[in-house]
Design a binder for this molecule. Sequence first.
Ligand SMILES: *Cc1c(COP(=O)(O)O)cnc(C)c1O
Length: 236
Amino acid sequence: MIDSAALGARLTSVRDRIAAAASRAGRDPASVHLVAVSKTYSPDFVRAAAHFGQIDFGENKVQEGLSKQEATGDVPLRWHLIGHLQSNKARKAVGFSVIHSIDDAGLLRKVDEAAQLAGKTVDVLIQVDLAGEPTKHGARPEDLPPILEAANRCQSARLTGLMLLPPAVQDPDAVRPYFAKLRNIRERCLGEVARPAMLTELSMGMSHDFEVAVEEGATLVRVGSAIFGSRPPRTP
Ligand SMILES: *Cc1c(COP(=O)(O)O)cnc(C)c1O
């Protein structure tokens, strides 16, 4: 059984902390949207959070996300794909409203084609890799121009911003420079190829560091365990 009241209390606490962080930074709290990361949690957890007014949900695997969408299809929700996307899954990925993990121009074109075929539009963000870790996906900052140019030619995929998955460090303040750097990269891209509407969103911040991310300009924070409780390990 889900302790729905406890989940609601955690959700409220995360919302309050986002609003407080925004106020500290002189930002409008309404400019920050919370994506509840429901990966590994059953559809009942999604329903419980939706009951407390949560609309945006994030999943890092295409198939798991689509199954959960189907299981909660009677509730109007917005689904975000936040995990790595292989280009052979582009067609399925356009079942999400927002894809945060575009990291190459070819993948973007595939998503655009798939969205056109499906007769829908999908919002996309470019995942940026600032640490150069071999295990991480994402485009290096120097690889952004060709992706931005491809975005200019898309019909059904609408570029809305940049996403960051920083190195996993425990101290949130150690991540602050990465958040600030993503914001600076956005400014630089705006001065070059990108139209302003292409880069309004900064998707950054997770359970342990979302307040710092909001202070540094996040407009989408992806928070899982602080809402749903610590995650059960995946069965392989
Ligand atoms: C799991 C995940 C999150 C949320 O992580 P929590 O620590 O549970 O808040 C955010 N972003 C991505 C890309 C994830 O895979």
